[in-house]
Unconditional design. Structure first.
Length: 178
């Protein structure tokens, strides 16, 4: 029987970066959906792992990133998604949740073989993370309404690629943990 983890990608964010204005409308739409996924996952003791960009702040840590995002103008997008005391947190430097992170080891130690990927950006970090999960023989689920995009057309193509080329299950979030 597979063990699933909910992976929240790059949602602890100040939105002070290139393309943020294009990303914000989609991010605003997915926050309530991800909030619902978090509540359902936590109610069922599904491990929640935040994997977040460090935004080039090499001396930063989870608390500092969270505090900075909560002090910024888009705190309303971060507050509902904040990690709780049982959440795990992994910092990443680049697009994939696996690139130069201890995530593979963590998943192995936890016996996790299925990932539900949510967060941002569909056509970048979510896509690359899905590929890296696939090559590690992990099952991937991507709730289409829980991933934010910069470019809708590229996001749709990325979801099709994840489903077709990587064997990901692309679904609606309401199909998970109901």
């Amino acid at each position: 029987m597979s063990k699933t983890a909910l992976i929240v990608i790059d949602m602890i964010n100040t939105y002070d970066h290139k393309d943020a204005e294009l990303l914000l409308p989609s991010a605003e739409a997915v926050v309530p959906v991800i909030t619902g996924l978090l509540q359902r996952a936590r109610a069922r003791d599904v491990p929640v792992i935040y994997v977040n960009d460090n935004f080039g702040e090499w001396r930063s840590h989870q608390g500092e990133l969270l505090d900075k995002a909560l002090a910024g103008p888009h705190a309303g997008l971060v507050g509902p998604l904040r990690p709780d005391e049982s959440s795990l947190f992994v910092l990443k430097a680049r697009h994939s949740i696996f690139f130069e992170t201890p995530l593979s080891y963590l998943l192995q130690q936890q016996g996790i073989d299925e990932l539900v990927l949510c967060g941002q950006v569909t056509e970048q970090c979510v896509l690359y993370s899905s590929l890296d999960a696939h090559i590690r023989h992990l099952d991937v689920v991507v709730p289409r309404d829980a991933v934010a995009h910069i470019h809708a057309d590229l996001a749709e193509a990325a979801l099709r690629m994840m489903e077709r080329n990587m064997g990901a299950r692309v679904c609606d979030s309401r199909e998970l943990w109901e």
